[in-house]
Design a protein around this ligand. Sequence first.
Ligand code: CTP
Ligand code: MG
Length: 361
Amino acid sequence: ALGSPTQRRPGSRQRFVADLSQCLFDFVIQLLPTQEELAVKEDVRKLLERLIRTIEPESRLLSFGSTANGFSLRNSDMDLCCLIDSEERLAASDLVTMLGDLLERETKFYVKSLPHARIPIVKLSLDPSPGLPLGIACDIGFENRLALENTRLLMCYAMIDPARVRTMVLFLKVWSKRRKINSPYKGTLSSYGYVLLVIYFLVHVKNPPVLPNLQQMPPLRPISEEDTHLNGHNIWFFDDIELLRQRWHSDNNESVADLLIDFFRYYSRDFPYNTGVASIRAGLLKKDSKGWQNDLSNQRYNDARERNRLCIEDPFETDFNVGRCVTKDGLYTIRGEFMRASRILASRPERAIVALAELCE
Ligand code: CTP
Ligand code: MG
């Protein structure tokens, strides 16, 4: 019998937490992509870029999402964004159709073009091969400059404290996938949403904070409006990480296991889901103040209410709720999973490895 944590020898909880940190590092390391996988993906990107340039000579194909922000797991999808530098360019939908046809003719990829989607994309996949034992899946979008910038923001946060930030994020990505709460199409949250929840927690909930707020730090020199704005969104953030490492350091010395335990506790019972908006830019905001209210009495707001069960403000596109896909049932399930995780970590203080396995069952 394991008994309750309070009945156990003093010090056993500390030992559990230290063991759990070590287990988390070990667990996450074996899930990182291999050098070989990264090299194959870079080759694929170059090949695709060459092909796209036969249609649009002035284009560049850039990685965003996990392949570019330091939060990549083995065999994660590739998110690619095509930027076209010339003034006269094809409409995205035409380009998607032409590129889809070209890739179908010239490559071994399975191709699916979605020229009429809200954001037109080409979806590609490739069967397993020795270099890519699980194959590859890749989405090519167009002109998604905000996604490139938010990728850079997440990468900067990862670089400030890789041991704690990357370990927490990677663990939560695996955990949320294994627990089946990482599908925006099915009413739960995207990986991007979970990453923002982690950063919000480390910047605004932890005291002292583990991370600074990069969007609120003063710039080193004055910058023009033009340089800080993209499509009307303020995309400025402090990105000189070398300098930041010299000048800023966190007074929070908690281990990654302490932080993870507290993360689950916070999101199972303390975050105000009904009224609050998690904003990494501005801290805890009110749904009311953003027009994301969930007023039951008013029919007009019913749609807003359904879309805004879980509110996570996009760091740059501040009128966009990253959690808008989360349904009532989805949120119920997610919170249930946060509670389950909290319970497991509170009740298994002797064996960190067992707790971790149970967590990701
Ligand atoms: N993105 C975004 N807005 C969203 C969802 C995603 O701008 N509502 C962009 C972000 O730049 C994000 C990228 O799309 O980094 C990829 O999102 P996602 O696939 O959720 O995250 P990954 O880190 O790539 O996770 P995974 O490894 O699970 O693919
Ligand atoms: Mg991705």
